[in-house]
Design a protein around this ligand. Structure first.
Ligand SMILES: *Cc1c(COP(=O)(O)O)cnc(C)c1O
Length: 218
C-alpha cells in the first residue's frame, strides 16, 4: 500500500495516521517524512531515545508500546502522545516526571479489549475506580486525551469489530461520566495494518500502521 493511498482511505473518516516505525531505519522514516508524514510511533522507549536525535525535529513522536517506570525519562516531554498508560501507578509517575520537566504530557489510557491475556491495559472496572479517585484528580501534569486498544490477533472479523465497537462505547460512557467538559478527551487509538478498516468503521481517530506502510520500502 502506498502512503498516498492510505491517506486517501483515512481522509473521509478524519482519522490521523501514526506511522509505526519500530525496527525501521532512519532512512525509511525520512522517506515518509519527505512525503509529508509527521506522526511516527515507536513501541520501545530506548529505540525512541536513540532515533529521535537522528531525525527532523518537527516529527511528532508517539509511544505506543508498554512503558516501564525506569524508562519514563526517555519519553516524558519528548513525545506528543503516550498511547500506552496501563496503570494508575504509571500515570502517577509520568505526572511526577512531567511536573519536574515543567510540561503537560498528553496520554491515552490503554484498555484491555482482546481475548489474549498477554496484552496490557486497564479493565473497565479499574478505569472507573481510577477516574473516581481523589488521587487521580490530584494529578496536574498529564492530560488524558482518550483511549487506546488492541484487538485480538485473529481472522475472526466479527470478534475484532465487537472489540473495537466495545471500546468506542466505553469511550462514550467515560466521556459522559468523567470528561463531559473536557474538549480534548476525544481520541480513540485503534487499528493496525491488519484491522484498521474495521477500526475506522468503528470510530477510530488514530490508526497505528507499520508493516503495511513500510514493507514496500524494504
Ligand atoms: C507494531 C505495532 C503496531 C503496528 O503494527 P502493524 O501490524 O505493523 O501495522 C500498532 N500498535 C502497536 C502497539 C504495535 O506494537
Amino acid at each position: 500500500m502506498t502512503y498516498e493511498k492510505l491517506l486517501q482511505e483515512l481522509e473521509p473518516y478524519g482519522a490521523r495516521l501514526c506511522a509505526v516505525s519500530k525496527r525501521r531505519p532512519p532512512e525509511q522514516i525520512k522517506h515518509l517524512y519527505r512525503a509529508g508524514q509527521r506522526i511516527f510511533g515507536e513501541n520501545r522507549p530506548q529505540e525512541l531515545r536513540d532515533k529521535r536525535p537522528l531525525l527532523p525535529e518537527d516529527i511528532q513522536w508517539h509511544l505506543i508500546g508498554h512503558l516501564q517506570s525506569n524508562k519514563i525519562k526517555y519519553v516524558v516531554g519528548k513525545t506528543e502522545l503516550i498511547h500506552s498508560i496501563d496503570s494508575f501507578k504509571l500515570l502517577r509517575e509520568v505526572d511526577k516526571r512531567a511536573a519536574r520537566e515543567e510540561v503537560i504530557q498528553d496520554c491515552l489510557l490503554q484498555v484491555h479489549i482482546a481475548r489474549e491475556t498477554a496484552k496490557f491495559g486497564f479493565h473497565e472496572g479499574e478505569l472507573l475506580d481510577m477516574l473516581q479517585s481523589p488521587d487521580f484528580h490530584a494529578l496536574s501534569h498529564v492530560r488524558i486525551r482518550g483511549l487506546m486498544g488492541m484487538a485480538t490477533f485473529t481472522d475472526d472479523r466479527e470478534l475484532i469489530r465487537r472489540e473495537f465497537s466495545g471500546l468506542r462505547q466505553m469511550m462514550e460512557r467515560l466521556k459522559e461520566n468523567f470528561f463531559s467538559s473536557e474538549e480534548h478527551f476525544r481520541e480513540l487509538s485503534m487499528g493496525m495494518s491488519g484491522d484498521y478498516r474495521i477500526a475506522l468503521d468503528e470510530g477510530s481517530t488514530i490508526v497505528r500502521i507499520g508493516s503495511l506502510l513500510f514493507e514496500g520500502l524494504d
